[in-house]
Design a protein around this ligand. Structure first.
Ligand code: SAM
Length: 536
């Protein structure tokens, strides 16, 4: 039977329904941004040669502000092409400063326009962003600067940096000590190094500008903002070429020594570990290009990849974490170092040290052996196999072998060398030492995982948003008892998103530690069963 054609009204109704469905789908995925800042930025970029893209700024439930496909994007298509004129690089900053110095009286007095540029790329871009954002008459780049986040509160360093520069993290601010106290050990160390880098960059920039007779960045919090904007948003242009391989850097073009840049529009793209993009510099058209190797449908969030990083790195560098990060590992450097410290104290505390017992100097020698073989540090357990990594096994094997009473440190190193070369133990004594060290590694791993599981349970309680709010009201009511809250650190006004990220990190740690424990228990019971069958 032939279907009768639809009436005009039915067609109209169906079209309306389809439009409504599409709008609902879009809203579930993300909400396009209707902000004037975005339309101004787009027009400003267009006037400077940026071609139209199939991307628009939008807000998404999980990732907040990011880029949405306005049309279907096919695999192999360009996502965005940023013209040279819109890339801010260190060489451009250097040329701008040189040009301003040429016209400055200070420079004509010295009669030289040569600038011995000593700032790093990060320092140069931070200085540029700082000065542009401070310009009283408005910057030529104000459209771009207005599009940047007002703060980077979810990046721990933003709080750890404090209100004034200081040579080390000021733990008297209770929010800073709360954050440090809730970072995993490995992240604490990285946060300290990050702070030292920020402070060194600020001090070196001030010193350099004073030498040139230019105003140094005086407002610390603004400098921290500019530094974090560069750290979280700059793109990597590819490998730096050697100075001899450099092409002309005159005429405003990019110097091939530049390896990073600030790039408007492109820096709205969020990260996904599933993103598959190719980035390159099209020297014929003088544009930085990002191509996607997978398709995106209309309304979908478009991602790039910031690299294969675990969540601790993501949190410290970018202020977010992935719910399921494929690069997650349990980092155990702190536990190995704690074992070393404890072994040294035990040895020092022994009243009559026996000639066979390890002395602190022996332990240092063993560590040197591991360092010589590039096997000291970066001790992990991966989520894939829940086994200690080769580096961790190697370190534990050497240290725990040497700790056995039957063995001198020299003998331990020799036996360890045989294990590294994959040789089978020959004598009965060697075989028994090997069995004993395997058991000792199992016991060590068990104790460490139990400790990590206990610690993560506490951290999970303290970073759950409910308890955050409870603690916040407690800390408000206890605001008079400053000394107490300062020594323990208070959650105070710590960014809510940062607290959620910390919670996710501790969930990961707890999950790996628990699963690792289960694995160890299964292995131990299999061993027991095997032994019982051999000697019933
Ligand atoms: C290059 S910018 C991307 C644009 C940024 N979302 C914005 O609003 O301007 C990098 C920052 O975006 C955020 N971000 C990137 N990928 C993310 C993700 N998968 N989930 C949550 N936030 C993300 C982080 O705050 C990060 O520091």
């Amino acid at each position: 039977m032939r279907r009768r054609g639809r009436t005009y009204r039915q067609r109209q109704q169906r079209q309306r329904q389809r439009q409504q469905q599409q709008q609902q789908q879009l809203a579930a995925r993300g909400r396009p941004c209707t902000d004037k800042t975005w339309s101004d930025l787009r027009s400003w970029c267009k006037a400077r040669g940026m071609a139209k893209t199939k991307l628009t700024l939008a807000y998404f439930p999980g990732t907040l502000r990011g880029m949405m496909a306005t049309k279907g994007i096919g695999a192999g298509e360009d996502l965005v092409r940023v013209p040279e004129s819109l890339l801010v690089t260190a060489s451009k900053v250097r040329r701008l400063v040189t040009a301003s110095m040429r016209s400055a009286a200070a420079c004509s007095r010295s009669g030289s326009t040569h600038l011995p540029w000593t700032l790093s790329e990060h320092q140069s871009l931070t200085y540029w962003l700082y000065t542009e954002s401070e310009k009283p008459s408005g910057s030529e780049w104000c459209m771009y600067i207005d599009s940047l986040p007002r703060d980077f509160a979810s990046v721990p360093l933003s709080t750890l940096a404090g209100q004034t520069p200081s040579s080390r993290i000021a733990m008297d601010a209770s929010e800073a000590s709360w954050i440090m106290g809730h970072l995993p050990y490995s992240a604490q160390q990285r946060a300290i190094e990050q702070y030292e880098r920020l402070h060194r960059d600020w001090a070196q920039t001030c010193g350099f500008l004073e030498l040139l007779g230019l105003a140094a960045p005086a407002v610390w919090r603004r400098y921290v903002w500019a530094w974090l904007a560069v750290n979280t948003r700059c793109i990597h242009l590819g490998r730096r070429r050697a100075a001899t391989d450099r092409r002309s850097s005159e005429g405003g073009s990019r110097d091939s020594r530049d390896s990073m840049a600030l790039a408007p529009v492109l820096d709205f793209l969020n990260h996904s570990e599933q993103a598959d993009v190719t980035t390159f510099y099209d020297s014929a058209r003088r544009q930085f290009v990002i191509k996607t190797n997978r398709a995106f449908s209309r309304g979908e969030e478009v991602f790039i990849s910031y690299g294969p990083h675990d969540n601790r790195f993501m949190l410290l560098e970018y202020g977010f974490v992935l719910r399921h990060n494929p690069y997650q590992v349990l980092e155990l450097d702190h536990a190995v170092k704690a074992w070393v410290d404890a072994a040294k104290s035990r040895s020092r505390a022994a009243k009559r040290p026996s000639s066979a017992a390890m002395q602190p100097a022996d332990i240092d020698e063993l560590i040197d052996t591991l360092k010589q073989h590039r096997l000291w540090g970066d001790f992990t357990v991966s989520l894939d196999d829940l086994e200690p990594s080769y580096r961790l096994t190697a370190a534990l094997r050497l240290l725990l072998l040497a700790e056995q009473r039957s063995m001198t440190p020299k003998q331990a190193v020799a036996l360890w060398g045989r294990w590294r070369r994959g040789l089978v133990e020959k004598t009965a004594a060697e075989q028994s030492a090997d069995r004993a060290v395997q058991q000792a590694i199992g016991a060590w791993m068990c104790a460490v995982c139990q400790g990590m599981a206990r610690l993560s349970q506490r951290m999970l309680r303290e970073t759950s948003i409910d308890s955050k709010e409870q603690l916040q009201s407690q800390s408000q009511s206890q605001s008079q008892s400053q000394s107490q809250s300062q020594s323990q650190g208070s959650i105070g006004s710590v960014d809510r998103f940062l607290v959620q990220c910390l919670h996710t990190v501790w969930l990961e740690i707890s999950s790996i530690a628990q699963r690792c424990l289960e694995n160890l228990e299964t292995a131990a019971s299999e061993q027991r069963n095997g032994a019982e069958q051999q000697h019933p």
